[in-house]
Write a protein that binds this ligand. Structure first.
Ligand code: NCD
Ligand code: ZN
Length: 348
């Protein structure tokens, strides 16, 4: 394959990330803090981040896990519940503790049991958020067991998102980790915003059935049919400002994956090379900086990161797993997305 020139771009941000807590956090945070300037940290920890106090403590735990010479900013979110207090949300936003609020429909995904049971219950919260300019980040899937799992995103858009946008036209909305061409069209037509993960650009739903049931490729929303993946690639590589990078990197210890097949793909160690592979194949390397480093800050009213990074066209083999250490001892492993494959780009 012919050699390609290095790319020099503003350092990317990850606008959707799970860092977990405790020893997992300590072991994995560097894969994000080294390559990204900022990350929106999801609040679905075991004890969810539902208050100012919890967000402050969690941010401190994250910063304590990062080496002091790393310039990385975790952007904290509040986990919305049926009983979220308007005052807490507003104060947390105005004091810059919360950067955004995350809506999980109850039981839609990992650690979402405390999520919102009926979205109408929190319409007053949306009203407050609209008036203070606080972004709403949405896990867009219905949980109705009557709805086929592959249709849950589209049905959510029809049943829940359409009325939200109609009732709160100025609310800053991000539909997270979109998986369907229906979502791509909806986002553009309604001029809202969306994050797109590396895995939804690489796999379709067949991946979950390679060599038997394969939970390595199980995440929520689940990957869909191939035409959806093609539509996501077009959206991400178009440079369109409505779409930006959000890895949804979601580590689970291997024994837990094996035991319960829990949803989530750990892609942080390979996220940037993984996206770049897709942009290269789509002949759109020139659009990568917009997707990774410019569109997000523009939406969130921030400056792009000052620092630049150099991306080198040089292939490497992805390790199967990362080991999780507790002091000196290995206590588990987490499988990495693209395990054992070769990727074409390295970060200098
Ligand atoms: C995420 C997790 O494990 O926290 N899992 C996933 O499949 N994406 C939660 C989420 O974002 O849905
Ligand atoms: Zn997520």
């Amino acid at each position: 394959m012919k050699s390609l020139e290095n790319l020099i771009i503003h350092k990317p941000d990850d606008w959707h990330l799970h860092l977990r807590e405790g020893i997992i956090l300590k072991n994995i945070v560097r894969y994000t803090s080294e390559y990204f300037g900022r990350a929106i940290v999801m609040p679905n920890t075991k004890d969810p981040i539902t208050s100012i106090k919890k967000a402050i403590l969690y941010k401190k735990e994250i910063l304590d896990a990062i080496s002091t010479d790393t310039k990385f900013e975790p952007l904290m979110t509040i986990y919305l519940t049926d009983v979220t207090s308007k005052d807490e949300l507003k104060k947390g936003y105005e004091d810059k503790v919360f950067f955004a609020a995350k809506l999980y429909p109850a039981n839609a995904t990992t650690n979402s049991a405390y999520g919102v049971k009926d979205i109408k219950n929190i319409y007053q919260i949306f009203e407050t958020m609209e008036s203070i300019g606080m972004p709403l980040l949405i896990h867009g899937e219905v949980t109705d067991p009557q709805v086929d799992i592959f249709d849950r995103e589209a049905v959510f858009i029809d049943r829940e998102l359409t009325p939200i946008i109609k009732n709160f036209p100025k609310l800053k909305v991000v539909l997270e980790h979109i998986t369907t061409s229906f979502a791509v069209d909806f986002v553009q037509e309604n001029n809202i915003h969306a994050t797109i993960t590396p895995h939804h650009l690489h796999i379709n739903r067949n991946a979950m059935f390679f060599g038997g049931l394969n939970s390595d490729f199980y995440c929520l929303p689940v990957a869909k049919r191939e035409f959806n993946r093609i539509s996501l690639i077009k959206a991400a590589t178009s440079g369109n400002e409505n779409f930006f990078l959000g890895t949804d990197s979601a580590p689970h210890m291997r024994e837990w994956k094996a035991f319960c097949g829990c949803a989530g793909i750990f892609n942080a160690p390979v996220a940037i090379p993984s996206y770049l592979q897709v942009f290269q194949e789509a002949n759109s390397l020139d659009k990568f900086e917009a997707f990774a480093s410019l569109n997000g800050p523009k939406f969130y009213n921030l400056e792009p990161n000052q620092e630049k990074i150099t991306l080198v066209y040089d292939s490497f083999k992805v390790d199967d797993c990362i080991e999780i250490f507790d002091s000196e001892n290995v206590v588990g492993k987490i499988k990495t997305f693209h395990a054992g494959e070769r990727l074409n780009w390295r970060i200098l």
